[in-house]
Design a protein around this ligand. Structure first.
Ligand code: HEM
Length: 380
């Protein structure tokens, strides 16, 4: 049950070191930026750094808002912004409660929970499916495919399985005839009403890219965030403190997002010639902002290598910054909060790690737990 079975954050130090100079990586064909100020500038300044480097004709997800700049991005985002807004997400608390309880019903009596299979994967998956209006069997099929994509190493591999895209297209077709409440229904209605995106009506391909993006963005990042968070709480022996003072839970969530950045980097492309850290970057070159490094920049964070759940302010960049700021940030936070509260209500301490399954990590587009299991006294 000791936290020491968890290996230390096992990635090349350059990705964590904000003092690393801006440099060009020939292998990945991108400039890399590490300091907090520079990463925030790259993420925020869409006039200089754009996201439109993927071809929507190759894959519909490249036409979705995460890979589009304003004004197209603005019009696409307006379609779902209200659903994921803080107030609307608070209304989802009973849904998240129900999903979490269902998961805990299975693991609490067993005294053991696989970090991924029992908690971090099904929780965001089941919640986003409820929001979209997918049923359980449908959602499990999509999640199987998305799980495979989880292990991608570069954005270039990010293509979405053809089988998954075909199944999504079929789903949208069938939903036209038999409607169900949820975001998919809202998107279909916008399509039928001729919603205009940057001068063009929202297309079927746009719908496909949109739903794929919502599934992929919510599932991948949140699974990673939950796994990293649970691991950090065990590693820093915080369960008792969080149980005694639940008001500390939001601070613990934010600190784990900073500490162990689920999506370590974002790639943009320079639209104009720019200078960062004394380096001249030409228009058309890729520029990757390392949020994992920025999140440990001593210029922004006091004692950045200290895990401090009382840290205020904690302006980490783990949800990005600027117009692309994570659509699901409040939802992700809610899922982590409800999971912590319910777990602590239903399970006795100590909660530790199963030494038989040493926690291992992945490093790629997402950086998180590859395996690990919590153990605790079985609930009677
Ligand atoms: C704690 C879990 C999560 C983390 C760490 C995370 C992280 C991120 C990051 C880093 C970005 C890119 C921001 C940028 O480009 O500046 C992003 C964008 C996005 N996220 Fe999340 N995310 C999480 C949960 C979710 C959830 C639950 C959803 C469900 C709707 C979601 C949907 C999106 C979408 C649609 C975008 C693109 C937004 C845009 O381009 O305007 N994310 N997320």
């Amino acid at each position: 049950m000791s936290a020491s079975v968890v290996p230390e954050f096992a990635i090349p130090p350059m990705f964590l070191d904000a003092s690393t100079p801006v440099f060009f990586d020939e292998g990945l064909d991108t400039w890399n930026v590490f300091a907090y100020r520079d990463v925030a500038r790259v993420l925020k300044n869409y006039d200089d750094f754009g996201m439109e480097y993927g071809d929507p004709d190759i894959h519909p997800s490249y036409g979705a808002m995460w890979f589009r700049d304003p004004p197209r991005h603005t019009h696409l985002r307006a379609l779902t912004d209200d659903t994921f807004h803080l107030a609307a997400v608070r209304d989802l608390t009973p849904t998240v409660d129900r999903v979490v309880d269902g998961l805990l019903n299975k693991v609490a009596p067993a005294g053991r929970a696989d970090l991924l299979a029992d908690l971090a994967q099904p929780l965001p998956a089941l919640v986003i499916c409820e929001i979209l209006g997918l049923d359980f069997a449908e959602s499990m099929r999509f999640l199987g495919w998305l799980r495979e994509e989880h292990h991608l190493l570069t954005l270039g591999d990010f293509s979405g399985k053809p089988e998954m895209m075909a199944a999504l297209a079929e789903l949208l077709r069938s939903r036209r005839d038999s409607r169900r409440p949820g975001v998919i229904n809202d998107l279909l209605s916008a399509h039928e009403a001729g919603y205009i995106v940057d001068g063009q009506p929202l297309s079927e391909r746009d719908l496909l890219g949109y739903v794929y993006m919502l599934l992929s963005a919510s599932f991948g990042a949140t699974t990673t965030a939950i796994g990293n968070y649970l691991l950090a709480i065990v590693q820093h022996d915080l369960w008792k403190q969080l149980r005694d003072e639940p008001g500390l839970i939001p601070g613990a969530i934010e600190e784990s997002l900073r500490w162990d950045t689920p999506m370590p980097a974002l790639r943009t492309r320079a639209k104009v010639a720019v200078t960062i850290g004394g380096q001249h970057i030409q228009a058309g070159q890729y520029v990757t902002g390392w949020m994992s490094a920025a999140n440990r920049d001593p210029g922004e964070f006091d004692q950045p290598t200290r895990f401090d759940i009382h840290r205020r302010p904690n302006r980490h960049l783990s949800f990005g910054r600027g117009v692309h700021y994570c659509l699901g940030a409040e939802l992700g936070r809610l899922e982590m909060k409800v999971l912590t509260e319910r777990l602590l209500q239903r399970v006795s301490l100590p909660i530790g790690l199963d030494p038989a399954v040493p926690a291992q990590r992945t490093f790629g587009l997402l950086h998180g737990v590859a395996q690990g299991a919590l153990v605790f006294p079985p609930a009677i």
